[in-house]
Design a protein around this ligand. Sequence first.
Ligand code: ADP
Length: 241
Amino acid sequence: MSIAISGLTKRFGQTDVLCGVDLEVSKGELVALLGPSGSGKTTLLKIIAGLEWPDAGRLAVNDQNWLQLAAQDRRIGFVFQHYALFPHMRVRDNIAFGLSVRPRSERPGKAVIAAKVDEMLHFLQITHLADRFPGQLSGGQRQRVALGRALAIEPAVLLLDEPFGALDAAIRRDLRRWLRGVHDATGSTTIFVTHDQEEAFELADRVVVMGEGRIEQIGHADAIHDHPATPFVARFMGATV
Ligand code: ADP
């Protein structure tokens, strides 16, 4: 699904958090929102998900106005930094969750859900974890399950908010490679938030650099690295290399 965002603004109290954001994401693209803490990345992701509403602007997915749709009608897969798995549910029930809470008219039968869960477990190479509880998993394994739960609903758009932020460097690298492989196999239109340049540049087709509620530059990793478009981007790149 393609995404078209234009003129998106959002203010919390006296703070302009998004100051007119324009962004187009093509079907199947993997885009990183990169920027320092507080630059509005998560707010933009939440607006796409329907968890926050903008003050002004447009958001279309496949030419459909998404601002008219409630969150549950948007078919979003969302992976949070801190897993948000249900601790009392086994892995297979966590993955089934998104399917089993669809509106009754769209809810698949039990057998269909079980087959879908098996397919996800196999696809994500976590079949051996199916009957464990989240408390019995490592951080990296939990994020695999969280991604399984997000993908099981065959989302129109997959959103990831600092998905590997809580993990240590070696596991992050493994998961990055794995996520890139999963993305290439599913072809899902994906936006992920990170403040980590290496992560953005290694994973994404295009990187969107945000600063103080504005998009400062959009481009491929090399272009941003070699030709920062604004003093902000130059400083940000220099500051965290
Ligand atoms: P990022 O993801 O880049 O760290 P956020 O989108 O989380 O940035 O936050 C951008 C700014 O908006 C921050 O100054 C943050 O404090 C503020 N903010 C985010 N959510 C809320 C909220 N619900 N109420 C008030 N301020 C908020």
